[in-house]
Write a protein that binds this ligand. Structure first.
Ligand SMILES: Nc1nc2c(ncn2[C@@H]2O[C@H](COP(=O)(O)OP(=O)(O)OP(=O)(O)O)[C@@H](O)[C@H]2O)c(=O)[nH]1
Ligand SMILES: [Mg+2]
Length: 212
């Protein structure tokens, strides 16, 4: 198991330390089906070396996990991803990525506990793989935004068709992203923060939908 960045004997590096101006830290989870890009997103935005728990996929997963669209994938998350991003001088997000393979979903409750919000990553070639993640968030009352991770050969759908296929409430933001890109992944997190703010101030201002 690869616990990147977990060599505690070396002590914290300068980039590991929180800025003195930090006032709030928020737990955010990145969820979604198998191979949608959760580990990639945590890794692209994290300012600290992300902790990953990747394991090589074995033949046992053949016939259990569909590799459709991610045929070159050789590793999978077996516990969680962890990273951190400072959004502005006061606000720090702690990012937790969940495992996508169903046999590791028993770890979910621990990972999402205490989360203020979530990003549900979806791959339009396998939309149904992310349904269960959304159901669990709804059951746990964790607000979320949906981010479509654009894979090159994924079919294009209109926003309306995607919303309908995902059965999204009209106040749930739906955005596009490239999980490999820092700016794109950070935009998704900013959308989530705006959504949480809108929820918190609901009644004092009109909700706004974010689509791109
Ligand atoms: N083209 C493209 N490939 C991507 C993108 N995001 C991730 N990938 C690739 O898709 C594969 C799956 O990415 P991961 O980040 O491991 O997916 P995951 O959701 O963490 O997977 P599990 O933890 O196994 O569920 C990897 O080979 C990535 O390089 C993207 O935005 N575009
Ligand atoms: Mg992963």
């Amino acid at each position: 198991m690869d616990y990147n960045g977990s060599d505690l004997s070396l002590g914290p590096r300068p980039e590991d330390l929180l800025p003195a101006s930090t006032e709030k830290s928020v737990k955010v989870v990145i969820v979604g089906g198998f191979g949608v890009g959760k580990t990639t997103m945590v890794g692209s935005v994290s300012e600290i070396r992300p902790l990953t728990t990747e394991e090589t996929m074995t033949r046992d997963s053949v016939g259990v996990d569909s590799l459709h669209g991610v045929e070159r994938k050789t590793e999978t998350t077996v516990a969680m991803d962890f990273g951190r991003i400072t959004l502005n001088q006061q606000l720090v997000l702690y990012l937790f990525g969940t495992p996508g393979q169903q046999r590791f979903w028993f770890l979910w409750n621990g990972v999402i506990e205490g989360a203020l919000g979530a990003v549900v990553l979806v791959d339009t070639r396998r939309l149904e793989d992310s349904f269960q993640a959304m159901d669990r968030l709804e059951a746990g009352n964790v607000p979320f935004v949906v981010a479509v991770n654009n894979f090159p050969d994924a079919p294009l759908h209109s926003v309306a068709a995607l919303r309908s296929a995902l059965d999204l409430g009209e106040d749930v933001p739906l955005v596009n992203c490239d999980a490999r890109m820092l700016e794109s992944s950070r935009d998704v997190l900013l959308t989530l923060m705006r959504h949480l703010y809108t929820n918190a101030t609901r009644g004092t201002q009109a909700p706004s939908e974010v689509t791109r």
